[in-house]
Design a protein around this ligand. Structure first.
Ligand SMILES: [Mn+2]
Length: 382
């Protein structure tokens, strides 16, 4: 039996202030394009079962555009693969905090052959393919990860589908690319008890066991897109051979340029190196998402850089982030000591520290101070 395993579609994700000619946020359109390509590829592959392991939508209240697009693509699956069951669960991004809000995913139950589980842990029986899919959406796992995960003794194939952050023996996440996931210990999953385990939440393709996988997202929509270096796409798992095959999906080009060292350099020298780095990009930066980190650049030097040219690059690329890091950030990262988990206060401070004010009159130092103080107060209250 062949299983197409998708997850983390994040339809409705938006980033950067750039729109398509039709007025849709460009990144939202990119994500929809990637999903459309993934669905077309699934149709070509003709699997026996299609799984979507959570985070269909980026938010609990997605735009009408995102809802319409998801409905269209799930309908394509239903029409082009008649008789092939599609099972969808909700993730942390598309599960409202309050149950009475209702879940938009319930809409897809209207499509022939599509089953959706977004609240409780439920076994979906698919007698036509002698398979039972035990569905563990985010809400069920967040409430209680002790829930027994037992296969159906009557089914030939047993599949476990969950949206969670799987933790190892040390209690730490096996993989991390997103916040807010329910934690499930690896020992609770028992891959050997299942024909296949389809996990969602981590945005890169990653194995938990030879038959247990995170399939990764179809586009770069996590909180840390620069760490999503590998290809995006989905998995095709064959229960006969026990092999998982990654099916890459074309996405917008992303470039995290080699980091530069700014220590001891003046503005003119940094300008020169940044220019050389941008010029060296094969095919140019137009339409791409580009980041260039420069370490050890004091604020006084930042002010003297060629900001006109930087603005031109920002206009040319879809997103150009010249990430100029002040000296102290660098010292912490380069200490060689095991990286200590940052406190909330430290995270807020480093985020604001690297952020470029959107309006004149914002005093960054003051904002850092206030943000840090509020974060500290919130942590105490928690
Ligand atoms: Mn996700």
């Amino acid at each position: 039996m062949k299983i197409a395993h998708l997850a983390d579609l994040h339809l409705g994700y938006r980033a950067y202030h750039r729109s398509t000619p039709r007025g849709v946020n460009q990144r939202e359109a990119d994500v929809a394009d990637a999903f459309r390509r993934a669905v077309a590829r699934v149709v070509e592959l003709r699997p026996d079962l299609v799984l979507v392991a959570g985070d269909v939508f980026h938010t609990v209240r997605p735009s009408n555009t995102a809802i319409a697009e998801a409905f269209r693509q799930f309908s394509v699956l239903s029409e082009r693969l008649p008789g092939t069951p599609v099972v969808i669960i909700a993730g942390n991004h598309d599960s409202p905090r309050s149950v009475d809000t209702g879940n938009i995913l319930s809409l897809f139950r209207e499509i022939q052959g599509v089953q959706v589980v977004f609240e409780e842990c439920r076994a979906i029986k698919l007698p036509q393919i002698e398979t039972t899919v035990l569905c563990m959406p985010h809400v069920a796992l967040a409430a209680d990860h002790q829930t027994a995960m037992d296969p159906d003794p009557k089914a030939k194939h047993n599949v476990l589908m969950l949206h969670a952050e799987v933790t190892g023996k040390d209690g730490e996440p096996r993989y991390r690319s997103e916040f807010g996931g329910a934690q499930v210990p690896e020992s609770a999953i028992r891959p050997k008890a299942w024909s296949y385990v389809a996990a969602g939440h981590h945005h890169d393709v990653a194995a938990l066991a030879p038959n247990a996988w995170y399939c990764g997202a179809v586009e770069r929509t996590s909180a840390f897109i620069w760490q999503e270096k590998g290809e995006k796409g989905f998995l095709l798992f064959d229960t006969d051979t026990g092999r998982a095959e990654h099916q890459p999906v074309e996405t917008r080009a992303i470039l995290d340029l080699p980091r530069l060292e700014g220590r001891g350099l003046g503005a003119a020298e940094i300008d020169e190196r940044v220019l050389a780095a941008v010029d060296a990009v094969d095919g140019g930066i137009a339409g791409k998402m580009v980041r260039l980190v420069v370490h050890d650049v004091p604020r006084t030097v930042v002010r003297e850089l060629n900001h006109r040219r930087i603005r031109e690059w920002k206009a040319e690329a879809l997103h150009f982030h010249l990430d100029l890091r002040p000296p102290e950030t660098r010292r912490r990262a380069a200490s060689g000591a095991p990286v200590k988990r940052q406190t909330l206060k430290e995270q807020v401070e480093s985020f604001i520290g690297q952020w470029t004010p959107t309006r004149e009159g914002i005093e960054k130092e003051r904002l850092v101070e206030m943000g840090g103080a509020y974060a500290e107060r919130a942590a105490e209250a928690a």
